[in-house]
Every structure is written in structure tokens, then in C-alpha cells.
Design a protein around this ligand. Structure first.
Ligand SMILES: Nc1nc2c(ncn2[C@@H]2O[C@H](COP(=O)(O)OP(=O)(O)OP(=O)(O)O)[C@@H](O)[C@H]2O)c(=O)[nH]1
Ligand SMILES: [Mg+2]
Ligand SMILES: [Zn+2]
Length: 299
């Protein structure tokens, strides 16, 4: 007998699948699937799979086509890392402080989402901490102007949780961001029965301690599917040629039409509409700097 289901966790070679009838099975992977015959590499959370059930044994026989895949460049640059499949949105969770919000990280991860054609929402968490509101407002205004949805939140006070829930119910999403920004804390607030592990920050560095260790697709009490993921620091773009990088920065990509040269890289060319806009205060200098940094890294 076979059944269709969705992978919600992968631990030590065991693929935990929720079947369409609601039951959950721990499956192994059919040998030929380990040979990575399909685009995007290994089987990940969110993948829809066909599972063969034989007595107590469950085996993933087939991976159904993906609608999306969250790919980024691996730490050593040569391979793509796939974190989740079939997501409909990414929720980037940064903290206003503890750890401090890094605009460099933020622009990279937003570009990765755009490269994967995934819409994203930015959450700036820990608004209860002193100075957080003042530090977050200019960031919120900048990204709203570009067109991103921004939610100021606090897992401590509950600020922004209603909006976060309204984002989550729109489709399958994953919370991603640096370690320690409060991804698991926010999810616990959305559904306390999840009981996710929360970790203290390192007193020495003020950064997270990588408390969440595997990505997991969770079902909230209202049926919504949301993934909690381990914080990561390496955010590289995968599969974006230099000539297309500007489209991963929407406000920069939109100006390209006004450049003298078609295919303008917006770095050294004369009569560049992007240069002009940076000079006159349109495109934010931080965004432009991060665009240039990424341009050095892409294929
Ligand atoms: N003051 C304050 N602290 C928070 C908030 N959200 C989370 N924290 C604290 O931040 C620390 C890290 O929280 P986690 O939820 O484990 O962070 P995470 O993003 O899941 O981290 P990783 O699993 O390592 O990626 C914990 O000490 C939380 O109590 C918040 O809104 N305000
Ligand atoms: Mg966590
Ligand atoms: Zn240009």
C-alpha cells in the first residue's frame, strides 16, 4: 500500500512524514532516492512524498515535484544547501538588539528569498527591550518603503503576535534568521503546546547558542503549517548570475530601465540610474553597499 504525505522532520536518516489521513510515520529512504536524481538534492521538510507502507515499515518511494525550494550557498561555496521545500513564504526574524540587527545579514537573506522566488515578511523581535523601538523604526521604514511587510514584535510582551499569526495562515512558511533572535519563542507564543526549546544567549558574545538543531515543520493548533529552523550565519546566494542580482534587490532592479547600458551592473558604468538614486537619497546606501558585496560573490 502507498500513501502520500509531507515530510515534517528529518533526523539521522529518518524521514518523519505526516500522511494525508493525519497519521505520522517514520520512514527510511528508498536507495535510488539517495542518489539525488532530482533537482535540489536531498529530501527536506515540506517535501511531498509517496510512502510505501508494509506492515510496520515505511519507505519514501518518490518525491513529488516541488513548487519552491529554499536554496542557499553552502559554507564552502561549491554546493547548494536546501532547507525546505514547498514553502509559500519566508518570515525573516531579526531582533532589534541582543543580538543586534545586522543590515548586512538582512539584505543577504532577503536576496536569497527573492532568488528563490519566495515572498517574505520581516519580523523585528524583542521590542520590549530598552531602546528597541527607537532602533527598529528607521529599519521598518526603510524596508516598508522598498515594499516589504514589516512586523515589530515581542515574544515577551506579545506585541505583533496577531499580525504574525495572520501572516502564518496565508500559507506554509518558515521562520529563519540568526541564532537567538527568538524564532522558537515566537512560535511558542503562537501555540504554547509546541513546547519548543528556547536557549539563553551566550553571555560572552551576546549571540544565540544554536538551540534549535533541526528544521521542523509544525502544525499549530489552528492547522497552520510553520517551520522552525536552526539559526544560521552563512547566507550566500545560489544560482543567481551577476546580471540578475539587481532583481533580488527590488528597488534597485526597478531602476535598471533608466540606465544608459542594458545589463548595467550599477557599479562602474556611466549614466547609471542606480548611482544617481543613491546620490540623491533614493536607494539607501546600505542596500547599495550590500548589493555590491554580493556582486563580488555570485557566479
Ligand atoms: N526580551 C526578549 N527576549 C526574547 C524575546 N524572544 C526571545 N527572547 C530570548 O532570546 C533568547 C533566544 O530565544 P530563542 O527563541 O531560543 O531564539 P531562536 O531564534 O529560536 O534561536 P536558535 O534556535 O538558536 O536559532 C532566549 O533567551 C529568549 O528568552 C523577546 O521578544 N524579548
Ligand atoms: Mg530556536
Ligand atoms: Zn545602472
Amino acid at each position: 500500500m502507498t500513501s502520500i504525505g509531507r515530510v515534517y522532520e528529518v533526523v539521522g536518516g529518518v524521514y518523519r512524514v505526516q500522511l494525508e489521513n493525519g497519521t505520522s510515520v517514520d520512514s527510511s529512504l528508498r536507495g535510488r532516492l539517495k542518489a539525488r536524481p532530482w533537482k535540489g538534492g536531498r529530501v527536506v521538510i515540506g517535501d511531498r512524498v509517496r510512502v510505501a507502507l508494509d506492515g510496520g515499515d515505511a519507505t519514501v518511494e518518490e518525491v513529488l515535484p516541488r513548487t519552491t525550494a529554499f536554496l542557499r550557498r553552502g559554507a564552502h561555496g561549491r554546493t547548494a544547501k536546501v532547507m525546505a521545500a514547498n514553502l509559500e513564504r519566508v518570515v525573516v526574524v531579526m531582533s532589534a538588539r541582543d543580538p543586534d540587527l545586522s543590515l548586512g545579514y538582512l539584505d543577504r537573506i532577503l536576496a536569497v528569498c527573492a532568488a528563490n522566488a519566495l515572498p517574505c515578511t520581516l519580523v523585528i523581535n524583542k521590542q520590549d527591550l530598552p531602546g528597541a523601538r527607537a532602533a527598529s523604526k528607521p529599519v521598518r521604514d526603510l524596508y516598508r518603503r522598498i515594499g516589504y511587510e514589516v512586523v515589530l514584535a515581542s515574544a515577551e510582551s506579545g506585541l505583533g503576535l496577531r499580525r504574525l499569526r495572520s501572516v502564518a495562515v496565508r500559507g506554509i512558511c518558515a521562520l529563519v534568521g540568526p541564532s537567538g533572535t527568538g524564532k522558537s519563542s515566537l512560535l511558542n507564543r503562537l501555540d504554547p503546546s509546541l513546547g519548543l526549546r528556547i536557549g539563553e544567549l551566550s553571555p560572552k558574545t551576546g549571540t544565540g547558542r544554536h538551540t534549535t538543531v533541526t528544521s521542523r515543520l509544525l502544525r499549530l493548533s489552528d492547522g497552520t503549517l510553520v517551520a522552525d529552523t536552526p539559526g544560521f550565519g552563512d547566507v550566500g546566494l545560489w544560482g543567481v548570475p551577476a546580471g540578475r542580482l539587481d532583481r533580488c534587490f527590488p528597488e534597485i532592479g526597478a531602476l535598471g530601465e533608466g540606465c544608459r547600458f542594458r545589463g548595467c551592473s550599477h557599479v562602474h558604468e556611466p549614466d547609471c540610474a542606480v548611482h544617481e538614486s543613491v546620490r540623491s537619497g533614493g536607494v539607501a546606501r546600505s542596500r547599495y553597499t550590500h548589493y555590491q558585496a554580493l556582486l563580488e560573490e555570485v557566479d
